[in-house]
Each structure stands twice: as structure tokens, then as C-alpha cells.
Design a protein around this ligand. Structure first.
Ligand SMILES: NC(=O)c1ccc[n+]([C@@H]2O[C@H](COP(=O)([O-])OP(=O)(O)OC[C@H]3O[C@@H](n4cnc5c(N)ncnc54)[C@H](O)[C@@H]3O)[C@@H](O)[C@H]2O)c1
Length: 342
């Protein structure tokens, strides 16, 4: 029989809920504890997801023998200290991205994760998204030739403004959300991002000085390709999602199912234009946007020694270095070289 893994969730917020909703009923998962500094959230999650325990301090549960895996879904500035406690207690970790909000903490996170005697997976969820996997396969199979340009934007109409404001205290959307797409570009091309140019600004008037809630960056890859990415979280933004990948022999355009004008039930739409035929093929992909159970199974594969498409800690750290450079670029309206030697 498959092993049943005992799981503790720390952080019963937005993404914490996405994690639990997709895993609590699975045969190989048992929810041992749910923890939040807000006791009401923890109690609610205990009821909803049938956890054995709830609490406001995760350290109470770290030594439970039935606990195997800890999901860290808290604010970014707590990821490192919680990781250290989990590793010291010999528990495997699935930690939300980004690993940290600062260069120093990110470096320490990388070192702790790399040297741990347990498995640590960082939640780059798009690695488990069937549509992005399909696009990656098309690119790797040479369908669009060499990928030279990526056009990407991801703006959020921040309806739950207090939640976004708290996240913005730790990092800009360019670092927090952009890190997914820096990882994607390096994954699709196998080439490192070497340079980032950026601009940023503060749109909402009730943010603290220094908080940047909109940014736009241009990234240059080692292979000569380039990508742009824009991210804004604010009360006056409209939700925008552009993903287009242009190569020497064609292009791929992605429309998420919710943004399709028609045929939403067909899933996400990939339009593949081939220069050789002058025709555009439509590929529909039935895809769960955030496949949390598959991601957790990626960690279980690592624990049980099976191969996985999960990004390893070197790839995670590499994307983090780009995100740190990008964050500096938008804050200083500057051109920043991505340093690799830290
Ligand atoms: N992978 C993704 O697609 C994705 C999407 C959204 C957010 N995230 C990441 O997830 C993390 C959380 O974001 P969110 O949107 O869920 O925020 P959120 O504000 O909705 O939830 C965070 C929760 O963590 C709790 N918390 C904070 N510090 C804690 C601590 N020390 N102990 C216990 N509980 C604590 C808060 O009370 C809150 O309930 C961030 O790192 C964010 O970047 C990832």
C-alpha cells in the first residue's frame, strides 16, 4: 500500500486554501495540523479540511511522529525561519515562492535547502500546469524554432486590497509574481537571463513610501533572446494576462480558458503559428491552473527517489537571482546585470 503522508499547513490564507482544497481528501494524504497566527483562520481550516490539530504556533506540532511534510504558505519574510525549524525537525518542506524578499535571506534559504537531510521543494506551480508543460514540449520539439521573444503581462485587479497591501510590504509584484515567469523563460529556453532593465511606480495612494506596486521589465537572455514582463497589483488595475512566445520559425500564443471569448469548456487555448505553412493550429488543453496535488506528488517523488519535473534548488535560486535583479531595476529605474556568484 502507498505510504500515507502526514501534512501540516502553515498559513491558512489564499494560497494555503488552494493547497489544502486539492489534497485533503487524497488517499495518500492525512492532514495532521493547520496553523495560522489568526486563530479564526486556523480553526476554520481544521473544520473544513478535517485536520487533527489546529494552532497559532507551528512549533507545537513539529515533533509529531505522524508529521512528514510541512507546507509553508505564510508571508515571504517568514519563509526562511520556518524552513530552518522544519529542517531541524527533519520534516520535508513544500515552501511557497519566492524563497525570500531579500538577497541575504534568499542566499541563506538556498544553503539550508541544499544541505538539508530532508527534501525541500519550492512551489513554482506553473511547472505542474499542463498547458505550460505542453508549450515547453512544443518549444523543445523545435515547433517555433529558437525562442527569441517572450511577451508576458500579469496584472491583478486587487479586490481584497488589505491582503495585497500586506504582501506588498514584503516584496514588489515583480519579485513575488514575476519569479514564476523568470523560471518559465529559463525553463523553456535552457538559457540564463543575464540582464534586466526596469521601471516601476506606485499607483495606489494609500501605500507606504517605497512600496512599488507596478513594474515593467525587459530581460536579456544569454542566447540573445529577450522577454518583457509587466506586473501590477492595485485597486484600479484590470486583470490582464498576455503570454506570447515568438521564435525563428513560428509563435505560440496562450489564452487561458477564462479569457477565451468562446469555447471556454475546451480549456486553455494554445495557438501555434508555423512559418513553414503560414497556418495556425489551435491546441486545446484541459488544465487545472494550480495543480496543487500534482505539485505535492512531485515532492513525494523526490522523497521516494523518483524522477520529477520539479525545478531543483539550483533552478529555483537562479530564478530568485533574476527576481532580485529585476526588483532592483524597477526600484531604481536601472539596467541591472544578474550576478551569478552569490
Ligand atoms: N504559487 C502561487 O501561485 C502563489 C499565489 C499566491 C501567493 N503565493 C505565495 O504564497 C505566500 C502567501 O501568500 P497568500 O496570497 O496566501 O497570502 P495571504 O495573506 O492570503 O495568507 C497568508 C497567511 O499566512 C498567515 N501567516 C503569516 N505569518 C504566519 C506565521 N508565522 N505562522 C502562521 N501563519 C502565518 C497569515 O495570517 C495569513 O492567513 C506568499 O509567499 C505568496 O507569494 C503563491
Amino acid at each position: 500500500m502507498d505510504k500515507v503522508y502526514g501534512v501540516m499547513l502553515i498559513g491558512c490564507g489564499h494560497i494555503g486554501e488552494d493547497h489544502l482544497a486539492d489534497i485533503y481528501y487524497r488517499d495518500n494524504i492525512h492532514i495532521v495540523a493547520v496553523v495560522d497566527i489568526d486563530d479564526k483562520r486556523a480553526k476554520l481550516f481544521q473544520k473544513k479540511y478535517n485536520a487533527d490539530h489546529w494552532g497559532t504556533d507551528y512549533r507545537e506540532f513539529l515533533d509529531l511522529p505522524e508529521l512528514d511534510i510541512v507546507i509553508i504558505a505564510t508571508y515571504v519574510n517568514t519563509h526562511l525561519s520556518i524552513l530552518k525549524d522544519c529542517v531541524a525537525a527533519h520534516k520535508h518542506v513544500l515552501c511557497e515562492k519566492p524563497i525570500a524578499a531579500t538577497r541575504e535571506e534568499g542566499r541563506e534559504f538556498y544553503k539550508v535547502a541544499k544541505n538539508a537531510d530532508v527534501k525541500v521543494l519550492v512551489a513554482h506551480i506553473l511547472r505542474y500546469n499542463a498547458t505550460y508543460e505542453k508549450i515547453c514540449d512544443l518549444i523543445w520539439n523545435g515547433e517555433i524554432g529558437e525562442l527569441k521573444v517572450a511577451r508576458m503581462s500579469q496584472n491583478h485587479h486587487a479586490l481584497n486590497w488589505p491582503r495585497y497591501k500586506r504582501l506588498l510590504e514584503d516584496c514588489s509584484p515583480i519579485l513575488d509574481c514575476g519569479i514564476h515567469y523568470m523560471d518559465i523563460i529559463q525553463w523553456f529556453t535552457g538559457s540564463k537571463i543575464r540582464e534586466v532593465m526596469g521601471y516601476g511606480t506606485t499607483v495606489d495612494t494609500d501605500l507606504d513610501p517605497g512600496v512599488v506596486n507596478y513594474g515593467m521589465i525587459v530581460m536579456r537572455l544569454q542566447n540573445g533572446g529577450m522577454a518583457y514582463y509587466e506586473a501590477g497589483w492595485g485597486q484600479t488595475f484590470s486583470s490582464a494576462n498576455v503570454k506570447e512566445f515568438i521564435g525563428t520559425k513560428g509563435r505560440i500564443r496562450l489564452t487561458m480558458n477564462a479569457q477565451r471569448g468562446t469555447d471556454c469548456e475546451m480549456g486553455d487555448r494554445i495557438e501555434l503559428f508555423r512559418l513553414s505553412t503560414g497556418e495556425t493550429e489551435t491546441i486545446n488543453v484541459q488544465c487545472k491552473y494550480k495543480d496543487m496535488y500534482r505539485q505535492l506528488c512531485g515532492l513525494i517523488d523526490m522523497i521516494e527517489g523518483r524522477p520529477t519535473r520539479a525545478p531543483d534548488i539550483e533552478q529555483v535560486y537562479s530564478a530568485f537571482k533574476v527576481a532580485v535583479a529585476a526588483d532592483k531595476a524597477v526600484r531604481e529605474s536601472a539596467n541591472v546585470i544578474v550576478e551569478d556568484n552569490w
